[in-house]
Design a binder for this molecule. Structure first.
Ligand code: HEC
Ligand code: HEC
Length: 260
């Protein structure tokens, strides 16, 4: 009996708590938050909980916080204000994302209403493009190669410093590709742009991270050849062959250089 009345009392407390939290759904505040007044893309009557769910997803997708898009006024964020450029861009981005998802089913020939996987040879539903599909946790989703190559405009050392800085900050995340390929691609760009010394610096660094990368030695040989340093190129190719004895490309180039 005592137990039951305790249960009822607890129930009343819980109910009271629920009612209170229903009036202050945004968490923590004593007052109910003002109603939303400036939804232009989503229906005006979208519930606060749903809007906040979208907003949290924005934060995660772009790797930012609310104040990236919402202006701060008197120590508080004014969510309704359209003062910040980023918020206005984000509105257009919602429309962009949604418009991609409208046309995608026809482009890939998969019915929008289908289940996620194929059944009886019928294709499943297309992938839904999300903010994160493009943004990967960055507000401006540039590729690592672009960021590093741009930084290198003020000298190869600056490019390398940028790479190391980003690697320290983001390694293991979805933002940038730090596999063996990344610095190789960046070095190739440098070779194409006739900066073999920059390329060599990138490749040396790649070897610090991937000491067994035959492809890095192969690219080093290319950069050495571009500098006219045939002996060093041969050495790099020999090292590449040691690491990857069946690499036909390395064998061919080695033969060619030795024959010259
Ligand atoms: C990438 C930009 C971006 C980020 C980050 C962002 N928002 Fe928003 N927010 C928007 C846009 C755009 C709208 C307007 C949507 C519309 O017009 O339908 C909006 C609308 C809102 C609204 C409705 C305001 C009103 O009165 O109309 C609230 C509340 C809100 N955001 C809260 C948040 C919170 C809380 C966060 C952090 C968790 C956040 N936002 C992060 C872009 C952003
Ligand atoms: C199809 C790819 C794609 C999708 C989907 C996408 N974005 Fe973007 N977004 C970009 C690219 C690329 C840029 C950078 C453009 C530039 O500045 O060169 C960008 C820029 C932005 C910016 C401006 C950043 C700044 O500081 O200049 C915001 C804010 C933004 N996106 C928000 C969003 C939100 C929110 C979503 C989901 C509703 C979204 N984006 C979906 C590709 C996309």
């Amino acid at each position: 009996m005592k137990r039951v009345s305790y249960g009822i009392a607890l129930g009343i407390v819980l109910l009271a708590g629920l009612l209170a939290s229903a009036q202050t759904p945004a968490g923590g505040g004593q007052q109910a938050p003002p109603p939303m007044t400036n939804l232009q893309v989503w229906p005006k009557d979208t519930s606060r909980a749903v809007v906040l769910q979208f907003m949290n997803a924005f934060d995660d997708s772009l790797g930012v916080q609310c104040n990236y898009c919402h202006v701060e006024q008197g120590g508080r964020l004014d969510f309704a204000s359209d003062e910040k450029r980023e918020k206005k861009v984000a509105r257009q981005m919602i429309l962009l994302r949604d418009s991609i998802n409208v046309v995608l089913p026809a482009i890939v020939g998969k019915p929008a209403g289908a289940g996620p996987t194929s059944v009886n040879g019928q294709p499943g539903a297309p992938v839904r493009v999300l903010c994160s599909s493009c943004h990967r946790g960055l507000p401006i989703p540039r590729s690592l190669a672009d960021v590093v190559t741009d930084a290198a405009a003020s000298g190869g050392a600056a490019g390398l410093a940028k790479y190391k800085e980003l690697r320290t900050q983001y390694y293991g995340g979805q933002q940038y590709d730090f596999t063996e390929n990344a610095l190789l691609g960046i070095a190739q760009r440098a070779i194409t742009a006739k900066n073999p010394d920059d390329a060599l610096a990138y490749l040396q660094t790649n070897l610090e991270y991937y000491p067994k990368s035959a492809r890095t030695y192969l690219a080093m040989a290319q950069a050495r050849s571009a500098k006219g340093d045939k002996q060093a190129a041969i050495k790099d190719l020999e090292k590449a062959l040691e690491l990857d004895p069946n690499n036909a490309q390395v064998k061919g180039q080695l033969q060619q250089l030795r024959g010259q």
